[in-house]
Ligand binder design. Structure first.
Ligand code: NAP
Ligand code: ZN
Length: 348
């Protein structure tokens, strides 16, 4: 079926209207009319080919919430009219060890990204949520808790799960001290989720103006990372630091703020690691790790947790015609705290 979206056609072109063919639904597929789609910094990275593997035209968008229009003959988990959501992946091999353990994001054959990926069956290019509708296997479609505001729920599909997964993997609970670096889309969800798990939360930020918001979102402490005196006061404290910064940055100043056996986990930076000293690692048996989105079951667990706790993202809703201005503001760390596109603005 022919539909409309917004695409980048090369690394420097602004996003513009783009008409394209969605693949025909198969028996296990759900067809979703998209209501809202969050704007992730990964969308910007991939539109600009920052990671070097973009294929054009690229229709970004992997924080998708919508309503089911139709389902294939083998679909049992959804019916027409249901709310439904799609995150960063739409398929995986389903048989390797990670897939068997609900860790489809770490599929040994590579998960199929919601956009800039290749369908496993017909090798067609996948196109994301900056568009009118999407088709995906029911096994990669999520249920949205009914009590959540749909605009605020969309960013849970990437910003939410990407911060939830490390919080769960490193078993954060009421006895934990967690720090978050960077107050953007991922950072603000990390604060909300860690706080809801009972942890004591600290924000590291370069932006002193974000302090009041950080406290409102659930941080007990805010440390301006460029202020050495403030940094010196938080040594040997954190069990887990979630680093959401999208670009290369120094990490040495953060390592000594970890407690014995503490871990700094990269979720933001995709690329070569910054230089760091092993001394704070050796002297505190500390670790540096990375984490990629989350599995499908874990994503549903996170959505259900958010439903129970009334957690959604703080969003600025935009029309799709304003996406290029939104990208420009995101580059300046000027988003409170996630842009979400109202897809009703996308009309032929
Ligand atoms: P975002 O909304 O732009 O937030 C990033 C925050 O990092 C900014 O608000 C800013 O916070 C801080 N920051 C930005 N540039 C910085 C710099 N040069 N040095 C230090 N701090 C800087 O981005 P996002 O959507 O949260 O995404 C963050 C990163 O995560 C992106 O690179 C994205 O591609 C990646 N990502 C990874 C996964 C995964 O699976 N691992 C999933 C989704 C996204 P302050 O103003 O508070 O300093
Ligand atoms: Zn994302």
């Amino acid at each position: 079926m022919k539909i409309l979206g917004y695409a980048a056609t090369n690394p420097s072109a602004p996003l513009a209207p783009f008409s394209f063919e969605r693949r025909e639904p198969r028996a296990d597929d759900v067809v979703i009319d998209i209501l809202y789609c969050g704007v992730c910094h990964s969308d910007l990275h991939q539109a600009r080919n920052d990671w070097g593997f973009s294929t054009y035209p690229i229709v970004p968008g992997h924080e998708i919430v919508g309503r089911v229009r139709t389902v294939g003959s083998e679909v049992s988990k959804f019916k027409a009219g249901d709310l439904a959501a799609i995150g960063c992946m739409v398929d995986s091999c389903r048989v390797c060890q990670p897939c068997q353990h609900g860790l489809e994001q770490y599929c040994e054959e590579g998960n199929i990204q919601t956009y800039n990926g290749q369908d496993r069956h017909d090798r067609s290019t996948t196109y994301g949520g900056y568009s009118q509708s999407i088709v995906a296997s029911q096994d990669f479609v999520l249920h949205v808790p009914k009590n959540l505001d749909l605009q605020g729920a969309a960013p849970l599909l990437c910003a939410g799960i990407t911060t939830w997964s490390p919080l769960r993997h490193w078993q954060v609970d009421a006895n934990s001290k967690v720090a978050v670096i960077g107050l953007g889309g991922l950072g603000h969800m990390a604060i909300k989720l860690a706080n809801a798990l009972g942890a004591e939360v600290t924000l590291f930020t370069r932006s002193p103006g974000k302090e009041a918001d950080a406290r409102r979102l659930g941080a007990s402490h805010v440390v301006v990372s460029t202020d050495e005196a403030q940094m010196a006061q938080v040594q040997n404290q954190f069990d887990l630091i979630i680093d959401t910064v999208p670009y290369v940055h120094e990490i040495n100043p953060y390592l000594s703020t970890l407690t014995l056996d503490g871990t700094l986990v990269f979720v933001g930076l995709v690329g070569d690691a910054p230089q760091f000293s092993t001394v704070p690692l050796l002297l505190g048996r500390r670790s540096i790790a990375g984490s990629c989105i989350g599995g499908i079951a874990e994503t549903q667990e996170m959505l259900d947790f958010c439903g129970q706790h009334g957690i959604a993202a703080d969003v600025e809703v935009i029309d799709i015609q304003n996406i290029n201005a939104a990208f420009a503001r995101m580059l300046k760390s000027d988003v409170k705290y996630r842009f979400v596109i109202d897809m009703a603005s996308l009309v032929d």
